[in-house]
Design a protein around this ligand. Structure first.
Ligand code: TXE
Length: 521
């Protein structure tokens, strides 16, 4: 049984999930507002299902605009009280470090909950969640060590500049890494003294609700972190439009980014967005081909390809194209699909029936446009109960740049491949995308590695690797991949604003109206 559940969450019927018997879901979950579980009066709920079997997991409250507005008021009142927003940074750092300790103690339970909601393989989720406490530790350290500035202000003045919180921040998070993405935003936001209203994805909201209860138990004052499960166009839009919300931080699809940006813009709230991607992997002729194949398979198929930085386009020097594609295909064909709770499973289903339909549609249209199928491109046959799950075979396609699938994000286990003749062509192909989130370069030539990295129109470049992330390292994209950065000092800047204090140090009398030579500025 999950041990982390706060006493503030009601006890209710639990539904055991197959596989690792320790995990269970309650029958229903409410929102988490002001430190308590709240069931909105209208009783609206949505269902969460297990994508590996299609079975019902639990019901979750679906909050409407009224509940969003109540939660934003709670968040604003606690912000204005100064209880957290003006608390000593030592106290804030202490609470963040305590959250990290409690999170570490509950990682296995939370990871299993993520497996049940997302269908991602348990090995992946445990590896990913094992690192989450680092975000709280990093931002605890950053606020303890961050210093203001003293600009060289003209004249008899001292000008000091502090960074102060923004107020209520609206966080909109997706289902593919429910806790990782929520924590990437929560840790800097609370470290800086903000209050939060967070809407998790309607497909995987439960672990984020559990996290809020955990933070509350660790000493985060009530009302600083409020979690509002609900639907995007209703609850998500209501957050963007609420008068108290000063910043909206979304990770989601590009169309959602536009809708969120428009609503937040009308509300004069700032926006950070981490949106889609179509990351290229450039495989040069001098790369260690076996390692590049391993890296590309990891980049493409981890999380069933449902990550924003997934290796979506593989560009291979023409002299190595045949051998590379043969090895990548062999590797993709060996990936073990199955029960995500089985530690030997290497890939689970995709998140939903709709998502699989979208993936199949893109692949089927690519085939009609003449794509070469190296492997996959179909729905695998699975043993019950997984025959009801949303599995899609690891897919490798040879394409050309005129095809829809070259440009569109698939968000599934599908990689498209193209050979290139020289470095200039590789760079041109890599940048031939509406997205600009990440790229990977595989080469042993150190000069080429940096030269090519410098020409990528993206926010993140890996050299001889993929997917690596750290709380200290800026994360975000260019073009349709979004605006702003997560992680590192950038995130501290995203979640604060400057307050500039100008102090006169000359106490001689002055009078603008009597002194014709008095300075104006
Ligand atoms: O994301 P959505 P979905 C991409 C990927 C995927 C596509 C759709 O291409 O196929 O997005 O996935 C909330 N106003 N990524 O449908 O809908 C929503 O409830 C305010 C990339 O799951 O963008 C959820 O909490 N909020 C990605 C969050 O936004 C709205 C991760 C993201 O949901 C809203 C996931 C609205 N109008 C999907 N509509 C990445 N960058 O990693 C939705 N939401």
């Amino acid at each position: 049984m999950l041990t982390l559940r706060s006493a503030r969450f009601n006890k209710a019927v639990t539904v055991a999930v197959r596989g690792l018997a320790s995990i269970s879901f309650r029958d229903s979950y409410g929102a988490f507002i002001g430190g308590k579980e709240v069931f909105p009066k209208n009783g609206a709920t949505f269902n969460v299902e297990d994508p590996a079997t299609g079975k019902h997991l639990c019901k979750v409250a679906s909050v409407n605009k009224d509940t969003v507005n109540q939660a934003c008021l709670v968040a604003q009142e606690v912000y204005q009280s100064g209880k957290w927003s003006r608390s000593d940074v030592r106290e804030r750092a202490r609470v963040l470090n305590k959250i990290a300790v409690d999170l570490r103690a509950n990682i296995n339970d939370l990871a299993e909950m993520e497996v049940a909601q997302t269908g991602r393989a348990v090995r992946e989720m445990k590896a990913q969640l094992g690192r989450l406490p680092e975000w709280f530790e990093y931002f605890a350290a950053l606020i303890r060590t961050h210093e203001g500035t003293v600009p060289p202000f003209f004249g008899p003045y001292v000008n000091y500049v502090k960074r102060v919180p923004l107020g209520v921040c609206g966080l909109l998070t997706p289902w593919n890494h429910p806790l990782l993405i929520a924590i990437k935003k929560i840790a800097p936001a609370i470290a800086c003294g903000n209050s939060i209203v967070l809407k998790p994805s309607e497909l995987a909201p439960v672990s984020v609700l559990e996290l809020a209860a955990l933070c509350s138990r660790a000493g985060l004052p009530d009302g600083v972190l409020n979690v509002l499960p609900g639907l995007g166009p209703e609850a998500g839009q209501a957050i963007c439009s609420n008068e108290f919300v000063r910043k909206v931080d979304l990770t989601g699809g590009t169309p959602t980014g536009r809708a969120v940006g428009a609503a937040a813009g009308a509300n004069l709230a700032a926006v950070i967005t981490e949106l889609g991607g179509k990351a290229p992997m450039l495989i040069f002729e001098d790369a260690d081909i076996d390692q590049a194949v391993n890296g590309a398979a990891f980049a493409t198929f981890v999380a069933s390809g449902q990550t924003c930085i997934m290796g979506a386009r593989v560009l291979v020097h023409h002299s190595k194209y045949e051998v590379f594609m043969k090895k990548l295909t062999d590797k993709a064909l060996r990936i073990r699909l199955g029960d995500p709770f089985d530690v030997t499973t290497q890939m689970g289903p995709v998140i939903s029936g709709n998502s699989r339909k979208r993936i199949s549609g893109l692949v089927d249209r690519a085939k009609k446009e003449g794509a070469h199928v190296f492997c996959g491109a179909d729905i695998p046959s699975m043993q019950p109960p997984f025959d009801k799950g949303y599995y899609y075979a690891p897919t490798v396609l040879g394409v050309d740049t005129k095809m829809e699938i070259w440009r569109e994000e698939v968000f599934g286990p599908v990689v498209v491949a193209i050979p290139f003749r020289d470095e200039a062509e590789a760079v041109r192909l890599a940048n031939d995308s509406p997205f600009g989130l990440a790229a990977a370069i595989w080469t042993k030539d150190v000069m080429r590695a940096h030269r090519v990295a410098d020409q990528m129109d993206v926010g993140i470049v890996w050299i001889n690797d993929h997917h690596r992330n750290d709380p200290s390292s800026p994360w975000g994209g260019q073009k349709h991949s979004g605006v702003g950065r997560e992680n590192g000092v950038s995130a501290l800047h995203e979640y604060t604003q400057t307050r500039s204090v100008v102090v006169r140090t000359d106490d001689s009398k002055w009078d603008w109206f009597e002194q014709p030579n008095a300075r104006y500025s």
